[in-house]
Design a protein around this ligand. Sequence first.
Ligand code: UDX
Length: 434
Amino acid sequence: MQIVVIGTGYVGLVTGTCFAELGMDVVCVDKDKSKIEGLRKGIIPIYEPGLDAMVEANAAAGRLKFVEALEGVVEQADAIFIAVGTPTRRGDGYADLQYVYAAVDEAAALAKSGAVLVTKSTVPPGTGAEIKARIADKYPDAVLHVASNPEFLREGSAIGDFMRPDRVVFGTDHPKAEHVLKEIYYPLEDNSTIFATEIIAAEIIKYAANAFLATKIAFINEVADLCEAADANVQDIARGIGLDHRIGSKFLQAGPGYGGSCFPKDTLAFLEAGKRFGVDLSIVEQVVKSNDERKDGLADRIAKTIDDDLSGKTIALLGLTFKADTDDMRESPAINLVNELHNRGAIIQAYDPQGMEEAKGIFGDKVIYCDTAYCAVENAHALAVVTEWNEFKAVNLERVKTMMAAPNLIDLRNLFDPQRVRELGFSYSSIGRS
Ligand code: UDX
């Protein structure tokens, strides 16, 4: 099976590498020359545990190649996966499909007859039909089958998610396309469900899954607020409801609000898709609002612990990325927090194990960048844990306390045991726990 993957972003690079790992011949294509040159030398542009070794092994075995142009490789492909970005379009929140259509045009002009053109990128419902119409209009001689194969992998556990997914979903409208995709995913059949459906259903499944997970998080975050007011522990509530299999225990971790490259973007695009079909997705709308408000309220949580006056106070932040095990800062709650702390005149000292380079590009001189957690807490009037990196759990809190100007600890990820931290002399607040 010859596979071409267009786009070497998160999804494209992980997908291409994992297909190669499963024994297929894969060429990953990206217009970004420096990225491709780097990948050829084994330089991975993202931080994803295990990916570098897998790229190296498959490149060495000759199954994984990186090139800058489709011409010369796409002509042999049985399946062409489009994994380019679909960012939020300015103004209306809809997914910007310009990169998808550019990839479709290039592939349709060159691909062999009978090849399957698969959208891996998250695209709004109806995009597959639009791609078909576009090819029929612009490339009437091309015989291509269009398919949708949404990706559900999470950053930080992307390889495991790809190799052992709960399910693989693809949508097709031609037996040939279904056959090719079944063959590609055959190696995963033993440990996951392969679900073949219609193209538009596959497109909606991706948005509905992300919107549902975002809803779970927004929901437990609101329950956490209730727990804080009612003197209850949200972790007990999450466990108590999660033991019901109809609800499930996952994605019930209360925190500073969801971020990342998918939930914020896909919920907005889902809302816009609803509008286009004349349907009011009011639950999703409320989830977006609730999550935005949560992220905007983080600075208040910190201010509350130091008499509401942040001006001239030093605030230490541990973690800046939107979650642990990634260097990704996209839509991170830390962005709202840093901007608001800065607006209120705070001095911000921050440390993140992987996100410092990205953070520098976003925050510039709003933040003092520290090399360690201990450097970040020096003379701080409050310390907020923003990301749940494992290494923060092992921080020596006795030492931290002696280094701070005042022992205020705001744990936005519930990393620490309240009783233990208070016994050490901290004034401690966390999420949904008294
Ligand atoms: C998500 C989806 O999980 C994945 O299926 C899809 O393909 C891409 O989007 P990702 O963005 O990598 O993956 O991260 P995920 O682990 O889902 O977390 C998203 C956000 O939700 C993070 O900000 C995380 O901190 C937050 N979250 C997650 C919670 O606040 N509580 C939880 O219980 C789970």
